[in-house]
Design a protein around this ligand. Structure first.
Ligand SMILES: [Zn+2]
Length: 266
């Protein structure tokens, strides 16, 4: 399916890509799916299975999340975007996502052209937060996992500054009001500057799998670009929610298809 748009991408001055919930890690790689379970089983680790079998609780859920994110962070390559990465070779592009995972960093897309405002799961922060500081998550996660594998105790990590619990530095319902934004602000600055450079340029916008989960992040801003930039084109992909506004209809192509299938199908 992406093949149909390769010429269009090739012909563009700039390519802007938005990645939404259809391509979220927890959608593509379910926490209780075989991919993660087999990864731990093959390592001879039983903690992930034990936690899945436990009833839900704060302690169980956050440790399960730690195992899950350790898997995502240790992944070498996530192949879903391979065709897109190839199509973007030599192009000036930027990618923004409303998701809260690090998958885009595993695709071969340029790191410095990826903006993840809702947190990638690579960092911990204080839950208070007592200071606007981020701590690399993986070393702490590995310590928690090793402890659980050995002792079966639901442990967690605390802020070294004030002793409150750590949280994954991701924006969700639980972290509203305490999410530390320092992790993405610099990249956000590059992104907004890059957007200014799209004015009057031939820009192709590929919106993948964004429903109405966080429309103000890029869905509505993309529509605004397409409304005012007559040289732009929006390709909007979503299984059930791909629609064009009256203002952007002429320059929008609707693909009523799941974004995963869109990226994979030839
Ligand atoms: Zn603290």
């Amino acid at each position: 399916m992406l093949n149909q748009y390769k010429e269009c991408i090739k012909d563009a001055d700039l390519v802007l890509i938005g990645v939404g919930r259809e391509l979220d890690a927890k959608t593509l790689i379910p926490m209780d799916g075989d991919e993660v379970r087999n990864y731990y089983k093959e390592k001879g680790m039983h903690g992930y299975e034990d936690l899945l079998a436990l009833p839900e609780s704060k302690g169980r859920n956050r440790l399960l999340e730690a195992y899950y994110r350790a898997y995502l962070l240790s992944m070498e390559h996530f192949p879903l975007y391979d065709d897109l990465v190839e199509a973007l070779e030599g192009k000036n592009y930027f990618v923004i996502t409303s998701n809260q995972d690090n998958l885009l960093y595993k695709t071969g897309l340029r790191d410095d052209r990826i903006c993840i405002p809702c947190g990638s799961g690579e960092f911990f922060q204080c839950s208070k937060p007592c200071e606007h500081k981020l701590y690399p998550a993986l070393p702490g996660i590995e310590a928690l996992i090793n402890y659980y594998e050995a002792n079966g105790q639901l442990e967690w990590l605390q802020c070294p500054n004030c002793g409150e619990d750590f949280l994954f530095n991701v924006r969700n319902e639980d972290t509203v009001g305490c999410y530390v934004e320092e992790g993405y602000l610099q990249r956000w600055g590059y992104y907004t500057k890059w957007l200014q450079g799209t004015i009057n340029k031939k820009v192709v916008i590929l919106e993948l799998g964004e429903g109405f989960e966080l429309p103000n992040l890029f869905k509505w801003p993309f529509e605004k670009i397409v409304t005012y930039n007559f040289k732009s084109k929006l390709i909007r992909v979503h299984e059930t929610l791909a629609m064009a506004t009256p203002e952007t209809k002429e320059r929008t192509e609707i693909v009523a298809k799941n974004s995963r299938e869109f990226l994979l199908e030839h």
